[in-house]
Design a protein around this ligand. Structure first.
Ligand SMILES: Cc1cc2nc3c(=O)[nH]c(=O)nc-3n(C[C@H](O)[C@H](O)[C@H](O)COP(=O)(O)OP(=O)(O)OC[C@H]3O[C@@H](n4cnc5c(N)ncnc54)[C@H](O)[C@@H]3O)c2cc1C
Length: 489
């Protein structure tokens, strides 16, 4: 497909999201906003992102130290760095949680690398938001919004993975046994970090790093530490830039902490901040959102591959006939489209599970108004939400949702992640099969999508681990199965 060309008419909002359209009859405002977010994302992806995606991919292949700063500026100009910050914090979020994931599908259909790049930043913001540390959240939100206004983008990332601990630190049963090499030590006035984190999306482009290190490795979730480390902090340095196979626009970085001091006003969470025994809610909340997001991204990659294959089949001739006129090809294309719809149906179901557990489907009108944005900044409300009592109360409300709600979110978000990323890779593979040698040409986009799609199966916990996570949260609870072998009995 050429830059600027129209999408095939079958992928209109109403065709892609009949369930949401029906919901729009009951809740017109929710779906009006979701539809408008979606068209904004489609417009952006088609007009601005598409022409740059292959160029950036090629630039990083030519020089692995190349950082796609032009994409960061593009994202900032279009307010995509604050797209999930509510308006009362100055962000550009419309307020429709149901529109949040279709937007990612649109962007990933054109460039998964771009989604990986801004995804690292949004992962950091999500973890920060669910820590309920409003003081630091306000501070970071202010920097992100100001960065967009001044043309000097401000990004954060989120670092939990370590050289010996990837999926383990994303699974509460495995976390206490994970082979962690980082240490967080409380000292007067703050904490000292040492060790390394690896494969951190956006690391080399981030201004601040949100680093997750437990103070006590035997009880990591109860003694969890979240720290904000500015890039120029003494004792902090950037290590290797990974030369990974795909999603080249998103740098995957090593972060090195050599007795790096973090002052207490940059500590997001330390033992005692969260109610005891509720630490896993933070992990579950973050994964519930980010795995659903990766599922939507997978659906987007599946769609991107489908569209490339459809376009190719529509003009390429084999023995005098257009490929698309052959029944075998039509059947293959429908198989690809079916995967897109399956992946989309599951990530939407996960979005509904999130909304019925702890996210509002829509930010209430008053909270989304200019008046509330002014009230939010008043001294009274600022002092109230920055108070430790308020934070504990907010966290308790979120963590105190019935356990079945949390389990449902875990199951559906992992299902969305696995279904979406498997569909992305299957369709990218199918597109290459269908296109023959043309598929292997960089300029046709299919080989890039193939490289990009494989990575989706790995991050946010490898898909195999996500399947075990699903088993644990949906089947094991009734069957009494000890999935990760952690039951002392
Ligand atoms: C492109 C990219 C971007 C990333 N971005 C970030 C980021 O921004 N921040 C961050 O913190 N991390 C990031 N990561 C790291 C990512 O989250 C981890 O790679 C992921 O969680 C998998 O961990 P691992 O690579 O250590 O694999 P492992 O966990 O070591 O898994 C290797 C294999 O062993 C299997 N396995 C492991 N444990 C078990 C078990 N108990 N039972 C059965 N099978 C098991 C897995 O399923 C997998 O097949 C990124 C990774 C990639 C590739």
């Amino acid at each position: 497909m050429t830059p600027g060309s129209e999408y095939p008419p079958l992928i209109r909002f109403d065709d892609a999201f009949p369930g949401l359209c029906w919901l729009g009859r009951v809740r017109p405002r929710w779906i009006r906003m979701a539809r408008s977010d979606w068209s904004r994302a489609r417009n952006f992806a088609r007009r601005h992102l598409w022409p740059m995606a292959l160029t950036v991919d090629r630039a990083v292949q030519a020089d692995r130290r190349y950082l796609a700063e032009e994409l960061v500026h593009l994202a900032a100009r279009h307010r995509l760095l604050s797209m999930y910050l509510p308006r009362f914090m100055g962000g550009s979020f419309s307020g429709s949680v149901l529109g949040l994931f279709p937007v990612l599908e649109e962007l990933a259909a054109v460039d998964p690398g771009f989604v990986g790049l801004i995804g690292g930043h949004h992962l950091g913001l999500t973890a920060l938001a669910l820590s309920f540390n409003f003081r630091l959240m306000d501070r970071v939100a202010g920097l992100v919004v100001r960065g967009e206004q001044t043309g000097r983008p401000f990004l954060i990332d989120c670092a939990i993975t370590e050289p010996g601990a990837g999926s383990d630190v994303e699974e509460e049963d495995l976390f206490p046994r994970a082979d962690l090499c980082t240490r967080a030590r409380a000292v007067p006035g703050g904490a000292v970090l040492s060790g390394r984190k690896c494969f951190i999306s956006t690391g080399h482009l981030a201004d601040w790093h949100l680093v997750i290190i437990p103070y006590d490795r035997t009880h990591p979730l109860d003694k969890i530490g979240l720290f904000l480390v500015p890039k120029n902090s003494p004792g902090f340095s950037l290590g290797a830039l990974e030369e990974k196979m795909g999603q080249k626009a998103a740098p995957a970085s090593e972060l090195v902490f050599d007795d790096c001091f973090v002052p207490s006003d940059m500590i997001v969470t330390q033992p005692g901040d969260l109610p005891p025994g509720r630490g896993e809610a933070l992990l579950h909340g973050v994964l519930g959102i980010t795995r659903t997001a990766v599922g939507a991204m997978g659906a987007g990659m599946a769609r991107g591959a489908f569209e490339i294959a459809l376009d190719f089949a529509a003009w390429h001739r084999v023995r005098g006939r257009r490929m698309i006129d052959r029944q075998g090809v039509q059947e293959t294309l429908i198989r690809m489209l079916a995967r897109v719809h399956q992946a989309r149906a599951v990530y939407l179901e996960a979005a509904f599970a999130l909304c019925s557990a702890f996210l509002p489907a829509q930010i209430p009108g008053f909270l989304n108004s200019a008046l509330y944005a002014r009230l939010y900044r008043t001294r009274f409300l600022t002092r109230l939400r920055h108070h430790a009592w308020f934070r504990r109360r907010a966290y308790r409300l979120f963590a105190g949702r019935p356990v079945t709600d949390h389990q449902r979110v875990q199951f559906y978000s992992s299902l969305a992640k696995v279904t979406g990323t498997d569909a992305g890779l299957a369709n990218a593979h199918q597109a290459l099969d269908l296109m023959g040698e043309a598929g292997s040409r960089h300029e046709n986009g299919a080989e890039k999508l193939f490289r990009d799609a494989k990575l989706g199966q790995i991050y946010e916990g490898a898909n195999e681990l996500n399947r075990l996570h699903m088993f644990k949260h949906f089947l094991a609870r009734d069957l009494g199965v000890d999935v990760f072998g952690t039951d002392p009995k």
